[in-house]
Write a protein that binds this ligand. Sequence first.
Ligand code: 1CP
Length: 341
Amino acid sequence: MPGPDKPLLSVLRGQKAEKTPIWLMRQAGRYLPEYRALRAEKGGFLNLVYDPDAAAEITLQPIRRFGFDGAILFSDILIVPYALGQDLRFEAGEGPRLSPPLVDAALAGLEAVPGRLEPIYRTVDKVKAALPPKTTFLGFAGSPWTVATYMVAGQGSKEQAEARRYAYRDPVAFQEILDAIASMTVDYLSGQVRAGVEAVQLFDSWAGSLSPQQFEQWVVAPNARIVSDFKSRHPDVPVIGFPKGAGGKLAAYARGVGVDAIGLDETVDPAWAAAELPDGLPVQGNLDPLALIAGGAALESAVARIISAFGERPHIFNLGHGILQDTPIAHVEQLLKLVRQ
Ligand code: 1CP
């Protein structure tokens, strides 16, 4: 049983902490020289993910350097489409490519390869053996809408237009894609838990591009299904939902999905969230990644505002989205000092 010796996990279970725990989305990645060195040696992002020793090392790099309260598994949300049978490539400077894109090919034509998830579980196993006892180990997956935007377009897309157009044209086929992603995602998260993660986060990075009705149908409903299926297997493992860009729809998300904690992006006013989200629901966030790049007095006042707004709620300090590549290491150190003061 996790005791008070894992501050982040305690907050996810609804307890208020004396000192706000902190981790940063994308904390393992290109702003770290030790990451860039290992990536250069292994010759590419996917080579890192599929080398459990390297992936475990990268998961641990930010823990060693900064002592964050949470370690996030080094992998990617696009491993699920890869396991569903699309080919996956990451080319330098180009971003991810999935083929065939589902605008051109039927989902039924793909042959699932669940074995593509196995090496990730070996990474979890290795991290678990090396993690400091106070550090909470977080697994993750992408949410169906966000993952579907990549599966349909075959790559990142402006305003997710390809997926939205596809869904208008063929709502039945689009729902089948969401369902296939949801099923694989439950298995994937469950595999991560069996291998040793202690909580999981669902990234819905593109939740902000949808109408209220689409948000209900493609964000709330599939995430609710994932949480309910996942909880039937792992009732005690907390789930953090991160519907980036949801804004005024956050309260509906919190009530409808059944997450244990909610991630807030930097466009959300902490005072609004503190007042409007369900009582006692733990929140995570929501420093602007650009305030971290700025550092100095701007960082100091932004951090103080967030900590004081969430004074009455269980709160995990984080960014509003991933740390940017040109973030100075010294500013991350300043942030940790400010939060832990
Ligand atoms: O070295 C490199 O060039 C690889 C860059 C990189 C990294 C470090 C990619 C490619 N993925 C990751 C790791 C990653 N991705 C993690 C684990 C590490 C950590 O958090 O420290 C996580 C949780 C993700 C999640 C992820 N991947 C999201 C959701 C969160 C978000 O940032 O919105 C998304 C949308 C992706 C897709 C993806 N993977 C990589 C890139 C460049 C992209 C984005 C493409 C686009 O902008 O459309």
